[in-house]
Design a protein around this ligand. Structure first.
Ligand code: TYD
Ligand code: MG
Length: 481
């Protein structure tokens, strides 16, 4: 019998060591090494004796049949996959437990099955009865989805090799799968990787599309199978705030489509409902007219999305004030705060700053700088911003408001939702087209915007008297506590 080689494998990144240590040097995580059999999936005896077979080499320019796509029947899901599931491709869907991954995939498979495709749903986590119960709740019991509660990859592959090739196979979840070819326990990196490999091979060989469900650890990574992320064709993450009903499907990696599109859903008593106009949803519970809120006209992929940014700036009693941000990049917040301090004379070092993107959306665009700055200043001076205005623009380190892409689309969406004005970069006024019907307030430096908001604050009699002499209220000026 071949001697098995035990080694210590990081459960986070898959790096292998031959002795145990507290910290993984590859990814820097602590306590993630676990003992595993790392001899690989092929026994040594076979490995050494097998003679390599020859294969044909192809030219780069050759014609390949184009990737036929299988539309899921859910527009929001298709938008994120790039137009449907590609034949023979493997897609990983990650998300927190309870976010609705199984619900989403039950709905998608049922729609496909109803459309006459062979669709298989393998649940490694729930019993058949539980999956049925969910389908019943969703009103999808009649859909001819083929269902099984199985965890052995070999059994799954043999079963699925019989009969017509399924168009779509859902494996819920990859962490529960195990294969005989490796000795480690289910859920370990070695098992997850070997199981995923076997399933990927099956997909490539037969042309079936496979969706793997993956769990997410508390720090937001797909547990263990970070290694799997590299092997699959596409990685989607299903996100949302526990307390909120919105769910966002986002492509993290996609070999067959864009990675900047999002799909928006709402979790209802009857499953996930597609939200075709996300702006309406994100603005529906708006804190109209509260100081510290500004509406950002953003772009997610190809779609304009209006969303509310909420800021709270409050005096602190701590030596190091708190900076907390949800839904936006913390380093961009630090940058905007630094620009406000350095160029606009806004003193924030004695204040805690909180910034939140409403609705559980996560924004990556630098175009949100201007809206964030407006919300922050509005909260600081306790002055409400106009409720009919949207903001967008990138702020440079010198305090200049820089133009951003797709100005007309942003303005059109704002006009559609009843907004009357837009605060935007001076240089973007040219591409605005003027057809949106909004009144445009072009600003070329952040100082201008701060002065405008501060003036609103002092008009409310909130600010101290010397403010009247200068557009910037006295307490903003440098050197005052
Ligand atoms: P589920 O799809 O099981 O989550 P995951 O597979 O990501 O762990 O969804 C679980 C949650 O969704 C659960 O808290 C109940 C809720 N839910 C609804 O609100 N409405 C529904 O119609 C369904 C099926 C679930
Ligand atoms: Mg589930």
């Amino acid at each position: 019998m071949a001697k098995s080689t035990l080694s210590f494998v990081c459960q986070n990144c898959g790096a292998a060591y031959n002795r145990w240590q507290g910290k993984c040097e590859s990814c820097g995580e602590w306590n993630t090494l676990a003992e595993e059999d790392a001899s690989g999936s092929v026994p040594v005896s076979i490995r050494s004796k097998r003679k390599g077979r020859t294969f044909a080499l192809e030219s780069l320019a050759g014609k390949s049949p184009d990737a036929p796509r299988l539309s899921s029947g859910m527009t929001e899901l298709d938008r994120v996959t790039g137009g449907g599931f590609v034949r023979g491709s493997v897609l990983l869907v990650g998300g927190d437990p309870g976010i609705g991954k199984s619900t989403l995939l039950t709905q998608a498979t049922s729609l496909l099955a109803r459309a006459g495709h062979r669709v298989v749903y393998i649940s490694g986590e729930e019993a058949v009865a539980q999956v049925r119960l969910r389908a019943e709740r969703l009103g999808l019991s009649d859909a001819p989805v083929q269902l099984a509660a199985e965890t052995s990859v070999e059994d799954i592959v043999s079963t699925l090799s019989e009969g017509a090739v399924p168009r779509l196979i859902v494996i819920d979840s990859i962490q529960t799968m195990w294969t005989d070819t490796v000795e480690s326990a289910p859920g370990t990196v070695t098992q997850v990787r070997a199981s995923a490999q076997a399933l990927i091979r099956f997909a490539k060989k037969t042309g079936a599309a496979i969706i793997l469900v993956g769990h997410v650890t508390k720090d937001g990574q797909i547990a263990g199978p970070r290694v799997v992320e590299h092997m699959v064709d596409a990685v989607m993450s299903f996100e949302g705030e526990g307390s909120q009903q919105f769910r966002i499907l986002r492509a993290v990696k996609n070999r067959f489509g864009p990675t900047d599109e999002i799909g928006v859903f709402e979790m209802t008593g009857l499953g996930l409902r597609e939200v075709t106009n996300p702006s309406e949803l994100f603005l529906s519970e708006r804190d109209l007219g509260t100081p510290g809120t500004a509406v950002f006209a953003g772009i997610e992929g190809t779609r304009p999305v209006l969303v509310e940014l909420q800021a709270l700036v409050a005096p602190t009693s701590l030596g190091t004030p708190r900076r907390a941000v949800v839904g936006w990049d913390p380093s961009r917040l630090s940058m905007v705060l630094a620009v406000l301090e350095a160029h606009c004379g806004v003193k924030l070092s004695g204040h805690d700053v909180y910034l939140n993107v409403a609705g559980g959306l996560r924004i990556n665009e630098p175009a949100a700088d201007l809206a964030a700055a407006a919300a922050l200043v509005s909260s600081l001076v306790n002055a409400q911003l106009p409720t009919d205005a949207v903001y967008f623009g990138e702020i440079s380190l010198s305090g200049v408001v820089r133009p951003v892409a797709q100005t007309p689309a942003r303005l059109k969406e704002a006009a559609k939702l009843g907004f009357q004005r837009a605060v935007l970069p001076e240089s973007a006024r040219g591409d605005a087209g003027g057809d949106a019907g909004l009144s445009l307030n072009a600003v070329n430096s952040l100082t201008t915007l701060v002065a405008e908001i501060a003036a609103r604050g002092s008009r409310r009699g909130e600010s101290s008297a010397p403010a009247e002499k200068n557009a910037t209220p006295a307490r903003f000026r440098r050197g005052e506590g």
